[in-house]
Design a protein around this ligand. Structure first.
Ligand SMILES: *Cc1c(COP(=O)(O)O)cnc(C)c1O
Length: 394
């Protein structure tokens, strides 16, 4: 069931349900590596697709995995979706399968993706070019040299930069290149990346799709012919999502829209009140009118997300004492869960960059990234305010 006329949450709940022999209303967990056949003829027919059936879990041939892929495809309005063991598995399989002619990376990207592109893909002899979001001439230049894949994140980590998906696609498609977008921060609730023109949408399902900080997974979605080589690499790189994870993810997706809408509204409220606080120098949130990407975000997003970053004003106490004074926000990497998290990018995602490199990207010691969870927004606000006061030494 992939009916585009049905609402988002209806598809989250009803798409990709297996026909269980005992009548389970959701796909039960098929915790098995293999499937037996009554005879050679039937096995042969199932392997080459003449009969329906499942064969071997690593190939993705398992009802728990096949059903979550149908659900994910429906959520992204995609012809096909492929489930992975992690976000990085999804990203690496995409870059390996579609990056042969060179990858153009636009703007800020996740630390693991940066390592993969800046060193490991180059070791494989792949060309990778890094450009800033406004460098349209350079984008055209690399495309005319034959680079075949454009890759970016929007909103990005940790400064929530927004890239115009439609604009980039128009340029890239004129040269016959594919566009892949890591939409982890946006979620499919806030951004329908494929309908904005992208060929490939990627998520770390570890974040909002899973949403409870208890599973590691990834997803890639797009047209069937674009997904085929990605699926083939997944098979032999062995990056399949575990059936147990697929089952847990199906349960999480049922509440995706509820969770993300609440996170959108809490984050906007908190961004607005922090913006007015004397202890704060700057709030980065795409929903704020002074955010450089606000107009594009309004155009291509349905909500502004649950992530924001703040710059603390210099005080006598270091930024870490703000983080340490928080009670409801846990100090942890990752994001997108039901519990609010906080971290300093200079100590986590951007730790390995030189201080000069960090400064050039606007990542300073007083920058704090916040993932808004599902706690009551007034409690979160109260906690942030008391920690700001402790920073001021009151
Ligand atoms: C976390 C994250 C990833 C990597 O996902 P894993 O599931 O940890 O492999 C990739 N992109 C973005 C934007 C992320 O936040």
């Amino acid at each position: 069931m992939n009916k585009p006329d049905l609402g988002f949450s209806t598809r989250c709940i009803h798409a990709g349900i297996g026909n269980d022999q005992f009548g389970s209303p959701h796909t039960p967990l098929y915790d098995t590596t293999t499937f037996r056949f009554p005879d050679t003829e039937k096995m042969d027919r199932a392997i080459d697709g003449r009969d329906p059936g499942y064969f071997y879990t690593r190939y993705g041939s398992n009802p728990s995995i096949a059903n979550i892929e149908q659900k994910l495809a429906s959520i992204e309005q995609a012809e096909a979706a492929i489930a992975f063991s992690s976000g990085m598995a999804a990203i690496s399989a995409t870059l390996v399968s579609h990056g042969q002619a060179g990858v153009i990376c636009i703007g800020e990207i996740y630390g693991g993706t940066w390592e993969l592109m800046s060193s490991q893909l180059k070791e494989l002899g792949r060309k990778v070019a890094f450009i800033a979001a406004h460098e349209t001439e350079q984008l055209r230049d690399y495309l005319s040299q034959g680079f075949g894949l454009v890759y970016f994140e929007t909103p990005s980590n940790p400064l929530l930069h927004i890239i115009d998906i439609g604009d980039v696609c128009e340029i890239a498609h004129a040269y016959g290149a594919l566009v892949a977008v890591d939409s982890t921060f946006a979620t499919p609730v806030n951004q329908q990346t494929l309908s904005l023109g992208a060929d490939i949408v990627i998520h770390s399902a570890t974040k909002y799709l899973g949403g409870h900080s208890d599973l590691t997974g990834g997803v890639v979605a797009g047209k069937t012919d674009v997904m085929l080589p990605v699926k083939f690499w997944r098979k032999n790189l062995g990056q399949i999502m575990a059936p147990e994870v697929a089952h847990l993810l199906a349960r999480s997706l049922a509440t995706l829209e509820l969770r993300v809408k609440q996170q959108n509204s809490s984050a906007l409220r908190i961004a607005l009140s922090l913006q007015k606080h004397p202890g704060i120098e700057r709030v980065y949130y795409p929903g704020l009118e002074d955010h450089p990407g606000h107009d594009i975000a309004r155009k291509q997003m349905r909500g502004f997300g649950g992530m924001l970053s703040i710059v603390l004003k210099a005080r006598s106490r270091p930024p870490a004492s703000f983080v340490d004074a928080l009670n409801l926000f846990s100090l942890a990497a990752s994001l997108g869960g039901i519990e609010s998290l906080v971290c300093q990018p200079t100590l986590t995602s951007h730790r390995d960059l030189s201080p000069e490199m960090r400064a050039s990207k606007g990542i300073t010691d007083n920058l704090v990234r916040i993932s808004i969870g599902l706690e009551d927004p007034e409690d979160l606000e109260g906690d942030l305010f008391q920690a700001l006061e402790s920073l001021a030494g009151k």
